[in-house]
Design a protein. Structure first.
Length: 128
């Protein structure tokens, strides 16, 4: 393997995980997560993927279902079959035609940070 290539963790369709998932790299979710997903890299939720919890990542792409707050440090894309119920904190928001979004969007400037979402309280800790 090339030293520059990034490893991607995959939660396959049919896999159900309960609890907090922390990942140092990027992750793709095609199964079900009942808990928070915290990634230092990118997060992709496939069309059959579902997360019932908060999601943190650099670039987040949702093609399936998410029920919880999303903190995308760079960009959030809701694909045409996405279903999101929760607030969004991001710098760039892309919503494709057909996507469902029930929540509020909070847009940040390129040099502004929102901190991280607090899974236990369901509140956003805003700050540097």
């Amino acid at each position: 393997m090339d030293g520059d290539s990034e490893e991607i963790t995959i939660i396959s369709h049919g896999v159900k995980l309960e609890g907090k998932l922390t990942c140092g790299g990027s992750i793709r979710i095609d199964g079900t997560i009942l808990g928070d997903v915290i990634s230092q890299g990118n997060v992709t939720v496939g069309e059959q993927g579902e997360i019932m919890g908060h999601v943190n990542g650099q670039i987040i792409i949702v093609g399936g279902k998410v029920s919880g707050m999303i903190n995308a440090k760079e960009k959030l894309t809701l694909e045409s079959k996405a279903n999101l119920k929760g607030d969004v904190f991001t710098r760039i928001l892309v919503v494709e035609a057909g996507a469902r979004f029930d929540g509020k969007s909070h847009m940040r400037e390129s040099n502004e940070t929102f901190g991280s979402l607090t899974p236990t309280t369901g509140k956003n800790e805003i700050g540097p």
